[in-house]
Each structure stands twice: as structure tokens, then as C-alpha cells.
Design a protein around this ligand. Structure first.
Ligand code: ARG
Length: 604
């Protein structure tokens, strides 16, 4: 199903092509936009002005051709050439009224089932075990969840998978630290906090040892592309310290199935999962499967052998590597000491996903610093013969204010100054609670708590979704909860206001016939028809900000409507029609926010 705008855009382009011998200067679609002023009509085409020169024609002659073509569309009541070569379109009120009435009776609000039969795996969140889920993981969780919701709404069959980092090099260090320095009481109270402390303690002790032994080189560690989040590079040292050697030995023992180490590892995974679950519950995020890296471990040795045998990998100084054209470095899949890597696991994961689900597409919602990693993995997967579409849905860095210096920064797990996700959410909720009390003194205590929860979580999520994901994000609590501007709070408020009008109007309303007489009513109706297009764009581009932009615009058109048009004071039939229109807007706002994982409030 095409939206009205794209139907008109294509019809206009086709008419010009037919008239001007398929001239390649004519695009597939001409831009159809809302006009600058309402009296110009519902839509305007301005492209004839730009196309005149390459076609060697007068703009108004082109406009004439477009006008004749668009006049024939059933939605168009009147088309006219205006000014130097614009085409202004006026929609048939009856057409608009019928369309909007159709939306109200459609629980999908016009969304097409474009994804039917098209299975998608969404790999997202994927935090690392024995480390807390900190603020940087929130982006993957929020964007990934929005993607799975949007894709499901378009009727894709979605398999969401939390690819937990439960098999990394951190376990050797943790096992050593746990045996040496565990504070049992602290661990009983807050296991993850204690594990993080142990990990940091290991890093400090290792560094101190290295300094004492004179084996540290000046710190040339830089946060490079392809570095897994939180993974420590050991390029600083010329040789490992005895402590680090011990950790490596414990890791090898673990990987070889040592019973005691496996026992500890299971314990670390269990306490971490419990903690992650709390965050997912709070955020309303769920996964179809949660297959961590460890799940693929048994497959790694044979996979590497197969890749070597097929000539996809080659031996290099005891290690195994896959060369990838155009990349500065090969993908290392087995180290000289026989251990396997992040990328080896990712190859086994693709194989498993293809065998199990045969998806058309796999989305990886992962930090932009891993771009090279995914380019390499995807290239090797192609050589292995996997044909499904592989897409790295990458995003920029989340920055927050350093409480000491006031500067924006990303923090570092190593230094332990990254806010934990839970603390970060608590802070947002506290802020929202204060705002709720201030805004509405009539709310009961239970209502204040509910408003704080919905507004606080909404602000955090929306802040992350409302701009192109590839940019960096500074999280500013005040700005994220502002009642003005492009925020979840503004849109939630727009929804609650419609609900409040509905309550004042009483039970009446329902299915009264629509009358779209005034420009502000028509503008609102037209905007409602754009909803499916916005959702489709998110599904195709994996960029949720197309939906936030739409919702923000819709809320803006709504506020113009309130300025221009009385609702409760209008004469009975008109009032009923306007209530129906508002009801459709409310449903669209709620539906759209839900696709972003954001709740609404009936009053706030
Ligand atoms: N655990 C990894 C990290 O925190 C992210 C994993 C992403 N998914 C994947 N299939 N590599 O950096």
C-alpha cells in the first residue's frame, strides 16, 4: 500500500516522463509537500521550477502537465498552477473524511503488512557478564527494542536475541580476583558491585606489579575501532605480569572445562543475569532468545578447521586469520595459544541463526566503534556462503556530565566512573517526580509515582531515539523532560490533554461522522495519513528518529489545531466530529510511542 503522498509523487513524475520522452533529469518521484500557507491548499509540488532548465521548458508548462495528471487522482478535488510554476492541490473533503474514519476503525492505523514472510533477527543489548549494564549499553537496548517493535508492527517475523558477552577474557581475571580478594558480605549484598570492584582491583594490582617490575610502557592504549566494549587491551606491557599470567592460566583451565572454574563462571553468569533481568523488566524489554557467546564455544574449534580447509582462513605464525579485502587488518579467528576470539563466535552465531531461523536479515544494534569488526565478520560470512542481509545498525557514544568537572564525557569502565544503568534510571525518575508534583498538585501519591515512572523512562528512551543514531548523545535530564520541544514528555502531554478533553466531553463522541471544514482540521487529518509512511521508513532504514520526528510534528499540528479551533464549545455535530478527530490523533500518538517502547498516561 502506498501512502497518498507517494502515490501523488509518482503520478506527477510519471506524467512528466510520458510528456518528455523519459528524460533522465526527471526523478522517480516529485516532492509533494505541505504548502507554506494554508490557503494554497493541502499539498504543493514545487519541482517544476527546478526541472524547467534541464528539460529546456517553461516551468508553468511542466506544471500544467503535472496538474492535469494529479487532477485525475480520486483524492484530489482541485489542482491549479500557481505563481511561476507551482502546482497546488486541494483534497476532496469526502475523501479525507473517509480515510480518517477508516483509520479510526483500523487497530493498525493504516500500517501495511509489508514484512509478512520476511524474518528478521535483531541482535541487541548484549551486555557483558560480571560487568554492570552501564549507560553505554542503554543505547543498544533502547534502539534495538524500538526496532523489534516496529518490525513486528509491520508484520515481520522477529527473533530478538541478547548476545550476552558471557565468555570473555575477563573471567580469568575475575576468578583470580575472586579467590584472592572477595569480600563475602559485600558480595551477598550486591554481587555485581563486588564483581566490578574485584575486576578493578585486579587491574590496579596488575598495573602496580607491572610498574614495580619495570615492564610498563608509556600508555599508548587508544580506544580503537573494533574494540569490544569494556574489553581491556594489553598493549601497554612488554610482558605479562605474574598476576596476568595466572589469570590467563585460569582462563585456559576454564575453557578446558575445569570443574571449579566452571562452577565460579556459572555463578558469575547467574548473578549478572538476575541483575540484567531487573533492568529489562523495568524498561519493558524482552527477548525471544538469549544465547550468549558461551553457547557457541563448542563449535569454534571445528569451525576454524573448516575455514582453514576451505581456504577462507589461513595459518599465520601459529594463528588463524581471514583476510578481508579493503580492510587494514585480517580477522583473527584463532590466536597462537589456541584461544578463540569475539569474531570467531560471531561467525558461529551467523551460522547458527541461518540454520535455525533462515532469516532474510540480521540486524546488529551495536556501538559504532565496532564497525570494522562487523565489516570483517560480514565479509567472511559471505565467503562462507551466507546470503542473508547483514546490517550493522551502529550508534554513536552516549556522554554524560562528569559530576566533578561538569564536562561531557563517556567515562570508562576501567576507571569505574561510568554511571550504572539502574542509577541513571533512578536519577531520571527522581527528576520526573519533582516535575510531576510541581505541574499538577491534584495528583494522588500513587499517581505521582506512576507519572514519574512513565515520564522518567520515556525521557530516557526518547532522548536516545529522537536523533539520528549515528550521532553522539549528551544526556541532559532537564532538556529531556522539557514540556516544550522534541521530547517524550511533550508528546505524552499532548496525549493526556486529548484524554482530558474526552473526559470533559463525557461519554458522547464515539463514531460521529467527520466534517473536515477548516484548514486546521484538514492539516491534522492529512498528518494522520502520514503515520504508516513514517513507520515504514523506520523499518527500512533502521532509524527510529523518523518516527519521533513524525510524532513531534503531529503534536505540533495538534497544538495549532487547539489555537484555531474550539472543540467543547463547538455546535453539537461539529463538536462530535472534532472529538472523533482527536480520538484518532490520541490513538496514533499512543501507538507510535508504544513502538518506541514508551508508555502514555491518561492524566498527568
Ligand atoms: N558484548 C558486546 C559488547 O558489549 C556486544 C555484542 C554485540 N553482538 C554481537 N553479535 N557481536 O561489546
Amino acid at each position: 500500500m502506498l501512502t497518498l503522498i507517494s502515490e501523488l509523487s509518482r503520478a506527477a513524475a510519471q506524467a512528466l516522463r510520458a510528456a518528455y520522452e523519459n528524460n533522465p533529469a526527471i526523478p522517480d518521484e516529485l516532492l509533494v509537500q505541505a504548502p507554506a500557507r494554508q490557503e494554497f491548499g493541502d499539498f504543493q509540488v514545487a519541482s517544476c521550477l527546478q526541472l524547467a532548465r534541464p528539460l529546456g521548458k517553461k516551468p508553468r508548462d511542466l506544471a500544467q502537465v503535472v496538474k492535469e495528471a494529479l487532477k485525475a487522482h480520486p483524492a484530489v478535488e482541485k489542482a491549479e498552477v500557481a505563481g511561476p510554476g507551482y502546482v497546488n492541490l486541494h483534497l476532496r473533503s469526502s475523501w479525507l473524511e473517509k480515510k480518517v474514519a477508516g483509520l479510526l476503525s483500523d487497530p493498525r492505523l493504516g500500517l501495511p503488512r509489508s514484512g509478512t514472510g520476511h524474518r528478521v533477527v535483531v541482535d541487541f543489548s548484549s551486555p557483558n557478564v560480571a560487568k554492570p549494564m552501564h549507560i553505554a549499553h542503554i543505547r543498544s537496548t533502547i534502539i534495538g527494542d524500538a526496532m523489534q517493535r516496529v518490525l513486528r508492527a509491520l508484520d515481520h517475523e522477529v527473533v530478538s536475541d541478547n548476545h550476552l558477552g558471557d565468555w570473555g577474557t575477563q573471567f580469568g581475571k575475575l576468578i583470580v580476583a575472586y579467590r584472592r580478594w572477595l569480600d563475602k558480605e559485600a558480595y551477598a549484598r550486591a554481587p555485581i558491585v563486588e564483581l566490578v570492584r574485584l575486576y578493578q582491583k585486579f587491574v590496579e594490582e596488575d598495573h602496580a606489579e607491572a610498574v614495580a617490575l619495570g615492564i610498563v610502557k608509556p600508555d599508548r592504549r587508544a580506544e580503537g575501532e573494533g574494540e569490544a566494549e569494556g574489553e581491556e587491551k594489553e598493549t601497554r606491557k612488554v610482558a605479562p605480569t605474574p598476576l596476568l599470567s595466572e589469570a590467563r592460566a585460569e582462563l585456559v583451565k576454564l575453557q578446558q572445562g575445569d570443574v571449579d572454574n566452571l562452577f565460579l563462571w556459572r555463578e558469575f553468569v547467574a548473578v549478572s543475569m538476575k541483575e540484567f533481568e531487573k533492568s529489562y523488566q523495568r524498561l519493558g524489554v524482552r527477548f525471544d532468545v538469549q544465547l550468549g557467546e558461551s553457547y557457541y564455544n563448542p563449535r569454534l574449534p571445528s569451525l576454524v578447521e573448516e575455514l582453514l580447509a576451505r581456504g577462507i582462513a589461513e595459518a599465520s605464525q601459529g594463528a588463524a586469520v581471514c583476510h578481508v579485502e579493503g580492510e587494514p587488518a585480517p580477522l583473527l579467528i584463532r590466536k597462537g595459544d589456541g584461544s578463540f576470539l569475539y569474531g570467531t563466535t560471531d561467525l558461529a552465531t551467523i551460522e547458527h541463526r541461518v540454520k535455525t531461523w533462515d532469516p532474510a536479515r540480521i540486524l546488529y544494534v551495536v556501538d559504532g566503534r565496532q564497525q570494522m569488526h562487523f565489516r570483517q565478520v560480514f565479509a567472511v560470512a559471505r565467503k562462507m556462503g551466507f546470503t542473508c542481509e547483514l546490517l550493522h545498525v551502529w550508534f554513536g557514544t552516549m556522554r554524560f556530565r562528569d559530576p566533578d568537572t561538569g564536562d561531557w564525557g563517556t567515562g570508562s569502565t576501567r576507571k569505574g566512573n561510568v554511571p550504572l544503568l539502574e542509577e541513571f534510571l533512578n536519577e531520571a525518575l527522581r527528576h520526573a517526580e519533582a516535575v510531576a508534583r510541581e505541574q499538577n498538585a491534584e495528583l494522588s501519591e500513587t499517581e505521582v509515582q506512576e507519572v514519574a515512572r512513565v515520564v522518567g523512562l520515556g525521557a530516557v528512551k526518547y532522548n536516545d531515539l529522537c536523533r539520528d543514531r549515528q550521532g553522539d548523545v549528551n544526556f541532559d535530564v532537564d532538556q529531556a523532560m522539557s514540556l516544550k520541544g522534541n521530547t517524550a514528555t511533550y508528546i505524552q502531554y499532548a496525549y493526556a490533554r486529548i484524554r482530558s478533553i474526552g473526559r470533559k466531553a463525557g461519554a458522547a463522541g464515539g463514531t460521529a461522522p467527520l466534517r473536515l471544514g477548516l484548514p486546521a482540521e484538514r492539516a491534522l487529518a492529512r498528518k494522520l495519513l502520514d503515520y504508516p509512511g513514517a513507520v515504514l521508513r523506520v523499518g527500512q532504514s533502521a532509524r527510529p528518529h523518523h518516527l519521533t520526528e513524525y510524532l513531534y510534528d503531529l503534536a505540533g499540528v495538534l497544538s495549532t489545531f487547539y489555537n484555531d479551533v474550539p472543540v467543547l464549545k463547538a455546535e453539537a455535530e461539529i463538536r462530535a466530529s472534532r472529538l472523533v478527530l482527536l480520538e484518532t490523533v490520541a490513538r496514533t500518538l499512543k501507538h507510535g510511542l508504544d513502538l518506541l517502547g514508551i508508555e502514555v498516561l491518561e492524566r498527568m
